[in-house]
Structures are given as structure tokens and as C-alpha cells.
Design a protein around this ligand. Structure first.
Ligand SMILES: [Zn+2]
Length: 139
């Protein structure tokens, strides 16, 4: 089910983010349905909604949404950062040949325990990316 613009606006406001037209356009891309998108994909899709949108606005808004807990940032590798509209704890599978990324359902995989950290640190987020390739593409 698609999320309506009033629902999206309310979601931003509840997170303490002022719902400007640009931010609502970007939020429509991210929150209309669950997505995993690179920043340039968010930019391309949001520009269709709000044509005057600048790339800098998209990057700044993604940072703001991330810092506000609205999205998760997933660093797949040095050249690939994914913005995930699902913020609840879940893990990912990444196809190294196609770049496809998908969620692993929470009941399909679990972590036991947490790393022992120095007392001055707390766990912010745990990312698990299972890197896969099709059996037919195995070297
Ligand atoms: Zn995800």
C-alpha cells in the first residue's frame, strides 16, 4: 500500500524534520514503498516529482533523514552507499554480480550476542551484508 503525502508529511514532522516541498518530494521516493536506493537514484526519482531539485539538496536531505532516524545508511563498499527506508533491525543480501540488494527477513537470520566494547562506546547499529552470487556465475 502506498503512503499518502499527508502521511509522509506527518512522518517528517514527527521526526522533527520541517516538511519543505523538496523534502516531501524526496520522502515520497523513499517512503511510498520500502526501497534500497543509491543517492543518485533518489535524485533521479525525486527530480521527476520536483524538477528544480538540486543534487546538493538531495544529499543534504538524505543526511538529515539519516540523522533523524528516518532512513538507514548502508555502506555496501567504498563506491556504493544505499539508503534504506526500512529502519527496523534487519539484514541484507547483496548480489556481487548484479548489485541487487534485498532484505533478509528478521526470522530468517539472527545474531547471537553483541561485541564486547570498551565502556565508553555503545552500539549504534549492526550491519550484516551477505554477499552472494548465482551458482551459475561461480568462477
Ligand atoms: Zn533493507
Amino acid at each position: 500500500m502506498k503512503t499518502s503525502i499527508p502521511e509522509i508529511t506527518q512522518k517528517l514532522t514527527r521526526a522533527g524534520v520541517q516538511a519543505t516541498l523538496q523534502r516531501v518530494a524526496i520522502a515520497q521516493v523513499l517512503f511510498s514503498e520500502p526501497v534500497h536506493l543509491r543517492a543518485d537514484e533518489v535524485y533521479e526519482r525525486a527530480q521527476k516529482i520536483f524538477p528544480d531539485l538540486s543534487r546538493a539538496t538531495v544529499y543534504n536531505t538524505l543526511r538529515l533523514f539519516r540523522d533523524s532516524g528516518l532512513i538507514r545508511e548502508l555502506v555496501v563498499d567504498a563506491k556504493c552507499v544505499i539508503y534504506d527506508s526500512t529502519v527496523s533491525q534487519h539484514f541484507h543480501v547483496f548480489d556481487v554480480d548484479t548489485g541487487m540488494i534485498a532484505d533478509i527477513p528478521a526470522d530468517g537470520f539472527s545474531l547471537v550476542g553483541t561485541p564486547r566494547l570498551p565502556p565508553e562506546w555503545v552500539t549504534e547499529q549492526i550491519d550484516v551484508i551477505v554477499r552472494v552470487r548465482s551458482r551459475s556465475r561461480q568462477p
